[in-house]
Structure formats: C-alpha cells, structure tokens
Design a protein around this ligand. Structure first.
Ligand code: THU
Length: 161
C-alpha cells in the first residue's frame, strides 16, 4: 500500500484585494439572489457566469414542493448559458447566498451534483472554470472544478468506441 496525497491550493481574498471584474461578477450574483424561489429553505442562492465573450448570465435556485425537482442556482445558470450561448465557454462562476437575514459570512461551495455539471462544462469547452465563492468575511477563489472534485468521473471514463 502507498498513500496518495491530493493537494489543492485555493486563494482567499478580502473584498478590496479582488479585481474589479471579479467584484462586479460577485455583486451580480448577490443581486440575483433577489430572484431566487426558495419558499422551502428560505436560502437564496445566486450564481453569475462570465462567458468568454464577456456576456454575463445569472441564475438562482428554484425550489419545488417535490423537493428533488428543484434546481440549484449554479445549474440553473449553467444550463441557461449553455442553451442560449452554446458556443461560449464559461470563464468564471461567482456564487453568493443569503438567508432571510443577510448574506452568509462563510462562503458556500457548490453541491456534488453542481460540481459534476461544472466538470462537464469544463470538459465540453476544454477550459477550466474559475469559481469565486462569496462570503461576507472573505472570498475564496478556486482555479478549476477538479480542485473541488478530485478523482472525478467524466466522459473519458466511458468506453464510447
Ligand atoms: N443551493 C444552491 O442553489 N446552490 C448551492 O451551492 C447549495 C444549495 C440551494 C438548493 C436549495 O434550494 C437551497 O439552496 C437549500 O439547500
């Protein structure tokens, strides 16, 4: 037996340290939480995507009385972007979340299903997606989804030959 160590380096920023473009994308993710439909969790999530051509797309979580039928903000935004701009790779994804009281102090990270969809989008466009996780206290930057999803399963594992 030999242990295998997986190391990932994430960057933690204070708000003032962020590039203006990143601040803008995060602000849009925050603003879009107002369009969340979250009557069951009262937890409003906003995602803002910057596409390669500069287009920005936002999405929010959309809940349903049949809970699993709802969708997270990240997948709502990505599927919308891929539907409307199928030739535009996603460059950056910003995620923000709030309760009924305020934006959360600690960043949230995308759920497992969203990570899998982000991975597919990276593979589809052959480009890593930078992810900015907003928290009031600090912002985390992830350089690509494999930092959040090591040992991932993608299409290359399928024998399609
Ligand atoms: N949610 C998201 O939209 N994105 C995440 O990254 C985590 C969770 C949503 C799903 C559900 O509507 C609510 O937050 C509570 O889980």
């Amino acid at each position: 037996m030999k242990p295998i160590t997986i190391t990932h380096v994430l960057n933690q920023y204070q708000w003032d340290e962020l590039a203006k473009e990143d601040q803008k994308l995060i602000e849009l993710a925050k603003e879009s939480t107002a369009n969340s439909y979250a009557p069951y969790s009262q937890f409003s999530v906003g995602a803002a995507l910057l596409l390669n051509d500069g287009t920005i797309v936002t999405g929010t979580n959309q809940e349903n009385a049949a809970y699993p039928s709802g969708l997270c903000a990240e997948r709502t935004a990505i599927f919308y972007a891929n539907s409307q701009y199928p030739n535009q790779p996603v460059k950056t994804l910003a995620i923000a979340a709030r309760t009924t009281k305020d934006f959360i102090a600690e960043h949230i990270a995308p759920c497992g299903a969203c990570r899998q969809v982000i991975l597919e989008t990276e593979r589809r466009y052959k480009q890593p997606i930078r992810i900015l996780l907003y928290g009031k206290d600090s912002v985390l930057e992830v350089q690509g989804i494999t930092d959040l999803l090591p040992l991932c399963f993608d299409g290359s594992s399928l024998d399609l030959g």
